[in-house]
Design a protein around this ligand. Structure first.
Ligand code: HPA
Ligand code: ZN
Length: 332
């Protein structure tokens, strides 16, 4: 057997750190913090990972967060992700977190951000991964709650690169968060938002025109609107697509039916990401491998996807160019 080639260098731009909580770490933290989990064993927990839709997943995602209590817990979670990401060729990661899901449980936002940044500050040295942090608002909470969490994050804004929008999409359009996005942009932050995962193309339009996003997270339903595709292509707005997530949350029936190739062919700036890898069956490299096999993508297409990941990132131009050179030099 020929040796397995190293994974292609890539950036991960759509990754919820709370979605990297593997059953093993969840049980270890539950024990450490004296938190009772509604599952007796790791296998029993894993058996619950069969989702009917986004909300069904979110119910478990929020429930399992109960084990995250201390700064050390958030640092351990982040280090565990970085180690796995590194093994799959991730060279740069732009990481979402959901502060409202923690403050609602009595965990201070400073505890969350200090824990995350403790791990991220050492990430380049320890794992050879550069990172950025993106603070997400929960769209099924009120606009006032988003404004409150943004104001409470002001002392930490220098550690954030962007704000984002996640959680239950349908019924919670981007326009609901117009004001907090205006404040974020005024503070010099970039803006991204989940849109067009379960929600309609109209939500992608709102993310672009009302929130002024720099990237759209998911965006797969954009294909239903020709004029929207034309706009996304013309402005080269990146879409952070998550193939395994789309199948697990039943946005797409089968990976073989995933529109990723059609999106590339349309000229969209598409990237491949893992979303919530502990829950959806794989990390960034696993997503690359899965679409390669299901959609029969050739080496040139995989290289284009890897290049897109750095093109779509919030890296400065020097670092971006260096990473693109790494992709070009890759012999897989
Ligand atoms: N969609 C919306 N919100 C989320 C997701 C997702 O896939 N993962 C974590 N929060
Ligand atoms: Zn997501």
């Amino acid at each position: 057997m020929p040796p397995t080639p190293p994974p292609i260098p890539k950036a991960e731009l759509h990754l919820h750190i709370e979605g990297t909580l593997e059953p093993e770490l969840a049980f270890a933290l539950a024990e450490r913090n004296g938190v009772e989990l509604p599952y007796a064993t790791q296998d029993e927990l894993r058996a619950a990972y069969s989702f009917t839709d986004l909300q069904d997943f979110l119910d478990l995602y929020y429930a399992l967060m109960a084990v995250l209590r201390t700064e050390g817990d958030f640092a351990d979670l982040t280090n565990a992700y970085l180690a796995r990401a590194r093994a799959q060729g991730v060279r740069h990661a732009e990481i979402f977190f959901d502060p409202q899901a923690h403050t609602a449980r009595g965990v201070a936002i400073g505890t969350v951000i200090d824990g995350l940044t403790r791990a991220l500050d050492a990430a380049e040295q320890t794992y050879g991964i550069t990172t950025r942090l993106i603070m997400c608002f929960l769209r099924d909470e009120s606009a006032e709650s988003a404004l409150e969490i943004f104001e409470s994050a002001r002392p930490y804004l220098d550690r954030l690169t962007a704000v984002g929008l996640d959680s239950a999409e349908v019924g919670n359009p981007p326009s609901k968060f117009r004001e907090v996005y205006a404040r974020a942009r005024e503070a010099g932050l970039k803006c991204v938002a989940h849109a067009g995962e379960e929600g309609p193309p109209a939500y992608v339009w709102e993310a672009l025109d009302i929130l002024g996003v720099d990237r759209v997270d998911h965006g797969v339903r954009s294909l239903e609107d020709e004029a929207l595709v034309a706009r996304l292509v013309a402005d080269q707005v990146p879409l952070t697509v998550c193939p395994l997530s789309n199948v697990r949350l039943r946005v797409i029936d089968r990976l073989e039916d995933h529109p990723l190739r059609a999106m590339l062919d349309a000229g969209l700036l598409v990237t491949v990401n893992s979303d919530d890898p502990a829950y959806f069956g794989g990390y960034a490299g696993d997503n690359f491998d899965a679409v390669r096999d299901a959609l029969r993508l050739d080496g040139a297409t995989l290289r284009a996807l890897a290049r897109n990941s750095f093109r779509a990132s919030f890296l400065d131009e020097g670092a971006r160019a260096a990473y693109l050179k790494e992709v070009d030099a890759y012999e897989g």
